[in-house]
Design a protein. Structure first.
Length: 126
């Protein structure tokens, strides 16, 4: 039995995109030849870059970085590797364990320190 949210989603899907229940597996759709079609990888990448630029962010963003950030934050907040696996669609705990690496903070701190050293070194030369 479908929930109320599923019915609302299908209503929008059918009205805007002439979609059917076959398209409920996709989150993002577009209309091609008057029919619902999933967005391509390139279209999603373009949208992410467009909205990153619109936010005047100096950081480059990609769908992969968004996914990785989500996974890292989810693991840090919940500590639940099985939830992470479900959310990201991983079939292996080995893959999901990449998001729970406690050494990541140490590596980031070391990288920042190296960057500071490099900056200080170049500032001394000038």
């Amino acid at each position: 039995m479908r929930g109320l949210d599923d019915i609302r989603s299908f209503s929008i899907l059918s009205e805007r995109y002439n979609g059917t229940t076959d398209h409920l597996d996709y989150v993002f759709l577009t209309k091609v030849n008057n029919a619902a079609t999933p967005l391509s990888n390139r279209a999603i990448d373009t949208l992410v870059k467009k909205y990153t630029k619109a936010c005047k962010s100096t950081k480059s963003m990609s769908p992969h970085k968004l996914r990785h950030t989500y996974g890292t934050n989810l693991m840090a907040q919940s500590g639940d590797i099985h939830l992470l696996m479900t959310q990201l669609g991983h079939s292996s705990t080995t893959t999901a364990a990449l998001y729970s690496n406690r050494e990541h903070k140490k590596a980031k701190k070391a990288s920042e320190q190296l960057g500071e050293r490099r900056t200080n070194y170049y500032n001394k030369e000038m």
